[in-house]
Design a binder for this molecule. Structure first.
Ligand SMILES: [Zn+2]
Ligand SMILES: [Zn+2]
Ligand SMILES: [Zn+2]
Length: 338
């Protein structure tokens, strides 16, 4: 039975016990290169659990072809939606049940591997569905945070090569977000300005880490990027909540996301990459619970190509070694023709 345990030293939550030993050991072995039937292709809907949501131009029955975008529960999810949190103390430690949502967003009916190969119009639909799912899950009072992310594998990978992203609705705000919220709140506390709005202004002034910008968004390599070619996309106008992003600007977001990913795919020859939307937590009535985020937080998208391995020094110290200076990464991506 999986459970969520708190690492009392670092404050991190760990979802533990999601596999039995046999499944774990077989997951270490290389899988068949070709998955015979793609579970995300139209016609194979019976290979997934019943859909949560689907975009259909013409009304066709649920779980049948005719959709252009489909949201399904994760096939082997590490969270379950039914049940109570059952928060408990275990001696000096804290634990709770693995309650949460874990969904797959199949971004296209076509068997295309990379999201950046979809049309800007289709990517805009994907972004709209991200927003809708975040808003829908807010109704579930057990959830505190909704994280949208993607793991994109290289060409050589054996995994399902059909573009999809994932959503997890969590009963605790992730530590990575909490750290950002705390820093942003502290910064606002003494400067009375949003930390991220200031970053946008600084980057526009410095120019050398900017990859691309349009009327609504900026794509840049952060000043202290943790990974080579790490790229952030951020709205130029203050907005803490991705799900409140205006319909009128989503086309520009789709375009800058497509371009940013295309640059990375082209320059690094289709590397493994991840992205994650960092947005504000759900506001829950709890004393002192991030109630200042409307002013001091600012959503952004972090894209990280997985091109270097983490060394023992990095694990042990929390320092990170990034072989290329961010200004060089930005220049190389900026000059990549797409
Ligand atoms: Zn497919
Ligand atoms: Zn801001
Ligand atoms: Zn972030």
């Amino acid at each position: 039975m999986p459970e969520v345990r708190k690492d009392i030293v670092s404050g991190r939550w760990v979802i533990t016990g999601t596999k039995n030993v046999d499944d774990f050991l077989s997951s270490l072995k290389p899988e068949e290169k070709d998955i015979k039937k793609c579970p995300f292709c139209p016609g194979n809907e019976q290979l997934t659990r019943p859909e949560i949501y689907a975009l259909r131009e013409n009304p066709t029955p649920a779980n049948t072809p005719g959709w252009s975008l489909r949201v399904i529960p994760a096939i082997t999810g590490f969270l379950k939606i039914e049940g109570n949190l059952y928060r408990r103390g275990v001696g000096m430690y804290d634990a709770m049940d693995n309650i949460g949502a874990h969904e797959i967003i199949v971004e296209s009916a076509e068997h295309i591997k990379n999201i950046s190969d979809l049309s800007t119009e289709q990517i805009k639909k994907v972004l709209n569905v991200y927003k809708e799912r975040i808003i829908d899950l807010e109704k579930d009072k057990r959830l505190k945070y909704c994280l949208i992310f993607k793991n994109q594998r290289p060409k050589s990978s054996y995994r399902v090569g059909h573009t999809h992203s994932q959503l997890v609705g969590l009963s605790a705000t992730p530590k990575a977000i909490k750290d950002e919220l705390a820093n942003a709140r502290q910064y606002y506390g003494y400067k009375e300005r949003c930390l991220f709005c200031d970053i946008v202004n600084q980057e526009k002034l410095d120019k050398k880490r900017i990859i691309e910008e349009n009327n609504d968004y900026l794509a840049f390599v952060p000043y202290a990027a943790r990974f080579a070619f790490e790229t952030w996309v951020i709205p130029k106008i203050h907005n803490p909540d991705f799900s409140q992003e205006k319909e009128s600007s989503l086309g520009n977001l789709a375009q800058i996301l497509k371009n940013s990913l295309q640059r990375i795919v082209k320059f690094l020859n289709d590397p493994a990459l991840t992205y994650a939307f960092h947005t504000m937590p759900y506001l829950r009535p709890r004393p002192g619970y991030w109630h200042t985020v409307q002013k001091d937080y600012h959503w952004h998208l972090e894209i990280c190509p997985q091109v270097t391995e983490v060394s023992g020094f990095e694990w042990g110290s929390g320092f990170q070694i990034q072989p290329l200076v961010p200004e060089t990464c930005a220049q190389l991506l900026r000059e990549t023709t797409i």
